[in-house]
Design a protein around this ligand. Sequence first.
Ligand code: 5GP
Ligand code: ZN
Length: 114
Amino acid sequence: MGTCLFCDIAAGKIPCTEVHGDDDFLAFRDIDPKAPTHILVIPRGHVSGLSDLQDADQDMAGRLVLTASRIATAEGLDQAGYRFVINCGRDGGQTVDHLHLPILGGRAFGWPPG
Ligand code: 5GP
Ligand code: ZN
């Protein structure tokens, strides 16, 4: 594996604005927010993206969603609502190849997405 931006952030080699951290996950504010609240939740272990999830990742993937849900509530987004948007691959618009669950909130979103 070569250099991975989000592995470096998880290791503390690159600074971030941390929102939540535990043994398995890190959540930090997006550097280029697309909404008033834009938080990225990542597993500390490297997984390239949704397509690379394995059976062994089942517990991690479930806890990733639960962790993000709790962060959304802690950010005060649960009453008005929010959106989780995991981009995957070229057509999905993924630009960083380390699985990240973005929490977007603080404004109303259109549907379908662009
Ligand atoms: P993707 O395009 O893969 O769905 O999402 C990658 C996200 O990472 C983008 O929203 C982008 O703004 C964010 N991002 C890229 N580089 C950095 C960085 O160095 N720090 C932080 N906090 N966010 C980053
Ligand atoms: Zn990584």
